[in-house]
Design a protein around this ligand. Structure first.
Ligand SMILES: Nc1ncnc2c1ncn2[C@@H]1O[C@H](COP(=O)(O)OP(=O)(O)OP(=O)(O)O)[C@@H](O)[C@H]1O
Ligand SMILES: [Mg+2]
Length: 434
């Protein structure tokens, strides 16, 4: 959908911001660009809407070289969200959101009713419409930023660290909201972050960059954790990647032990015969009641008379991941995770070691998808791209200076609307249209 072919961006001061990038981003999915500061994430993002022009190589959108599309027209189909939202301080929330529809000549009434719809879509109450940005919290402003980027219903959304400036709790809310929104909207999203946890949480695919603008690995979150390409990626995804990976393994794949599991009607003698430190006591429908310690068994009677230790957390074979199973095992007084089926009946137990070793070898469903999504061959396009860039220096000039000019006033310049206006003079067709 969005394709980079041997793309390089270097600046006159000798900095290579992006080095020979070949990458294909899937339509309708979230691709996360992640990596340390200065590794070229923002530059890569901005080459998609021509705020930055590559020094060489080609960026194409749905098979079309974006240099063939004038920048204003291109940006109409690409929403852009930045850190701190970059809202116009002197415009109301509603008018901020209505910016792009208004510019596209929708008329005030239609643009505002669209804006009101979007306000609701991003989970903000209607009475916020009349407020000004400084009367909203950082998280709320960020939602408005997303709403504004969705103004003209663009198929593509570029998001540059959109949730980085808010505290961790608000951030988690925004992420959850974002996942919900994407399920509804199916946009093609390119999302920049320096936070690997955020990348893993949100990305369908993740591109890890290293300093110098080099792509270190492009994979699904799952494969990134399972099989980091090198030490840099392994360090970047962190020491606890084994545990993170469990989130991608279905709990239903875990092998389970039968027990010891006994109904409350069983005798103390039966529990003793199980010869285990802990016995799980269940009701007549096999729903778990609690653990009983062998050491705490009464002399006679049934397990109904025995003192029960609370279960902790069970995990479900329907919908839970191996990560939930691991938590269940670690938090269990018996050190055993209790698996329940859809009816809540005990299906078996497993210890933490069994959970993690099984998860390590479990099937990884996304394997094929990742293989399909691997970067395209860069080899031959390198020269072609370099040649064409050289043969059209005039075409590259104005947009380059435009990008530089846009630099100091980040919030205003990156906002989609003025980008349309600013670039218009640099582009004869765009200028004519407006
Ligand atoms: N106009 C410019 N002139 C010279 N160098 C630049 C220019 N813009 C960016 N760079 C350099 O290019 C490199 C990549 O910058 P970029 O903004 O893409 O990084 P980033 O990965 O987004 O970093 P961060 O996480 O800090 O936002 C950096 O070394 C940066 O200093
Ligand atoms: Mg950046």
């Amino acid at each position: 959908m969005i394709r980079f072919d041997a793309v390089r961006k270097s600046y006159p001061n000798g900095t290579t911001a992006v080095d020979n990038l070949s990458l294909e981003l899937a339509e309708g999915g979230i691709t996360v660009l992640v990596g340390p500061s200065g590794c070229g994430k923002t530059t890569t993002l901005r080459m998609i809407n021509r705020m930055v022009e590559p020094t060489s190589g080609t960026v194409s959108l749905r098979g079309r070289d974006i240099r063939e599309v004038n920048a204003p027209e291109l940006r109409r189909g690409i929403g852009y969200v930045i850190q701190h939202a970059g809202l116009f301080p002197h415009r109301t929330i509603l008018d901020n959101i209505a910016t792009v529809p208004l510019l596209l000549g929708w008329g005030k009434k239609k643009a505002r009713s669209r804006a009101a719809e979007l306000l609701e879509l991003v989970g903000l109450p209607a009475d916020m419409a009349k407020r000004y940005p400084n009367q909203l919290s950082g998280g709320q402003q960020q939602r408005v930023g997303v709403a504004r980027a969705l103004g003209a219903d663009p198929p593509v959304l570029l998001m540059d660290e959109p949730f980085s400036a808010v505290d961790p709790i608000v951030r988690a809310e925004l992420q959850a909201e974002f996942i919900r929104l994407q399920k509804e909207l199916h946009k093609t999203i390119v999302f920049v972050t320096h936070d690997i946890d955020e990348a893993i949480k949100l990305g369908d695919n993740i591109a890890v960059f290293r300093t110098g603008g080099k792509l270190a690995q492009f994979d699904t979150p799952e494969r990134l954790l399972a099989d980091p390409a090198d030490d840099f990626v392994a360090d970047f995804v962190g020491q606890d990647r084994g545990i993170r990976r469990l989130s991608f393994v279905d709990a239903a794949e875990l092998p389970l032990r039968d027990g010891p599991v006994l109904p409350a009607s069983s005798s103390v003698a039966e529990a003793r015969a199980a010869d285990a430190p802990w016995v799980l006591v269940v009701d007549e429908d096999r729903r778990p009641l609690g653990w009983v310690a062998a050491a705490g068994l009464p002399d006679t009677g049934t397990l109904a008379d025995a003192p029960l230790t609370p279960l902790g957390h069970t995990f479900s074979l329907v919908g839970d991941s191996a990560r939930a199973a691991l938590d269940s095992a670690l938090l269990s007084p018996a050190r055993l995770a209790i698996a329940v089926d859809a009816r809540g009946a005990v299906a078996g137990v497993a210890d933490a070691h069994e959970v993690s070793t099984t998860a390590a070898t479990a099937k990884r469903t996304a394997e094929t998808t990742a293989a399909e999504a691997t970067a395209a061959e860069p080899a031959e396009s390198e020269t072609t791209a370099a040649e064409s860039a050289e043969s059209e220096p005039a075409a590259a000039e104005p947009t380059e200076s435009e990008a530089t000019a846009a630099e100091p006033a980040e919030s205003e310049a990156t906002e989609p609307a003025p980008a349309v206006e600013k670039s218009a003079p640099a582009d004869s067709r765009g200028g004519g249209e407006r």
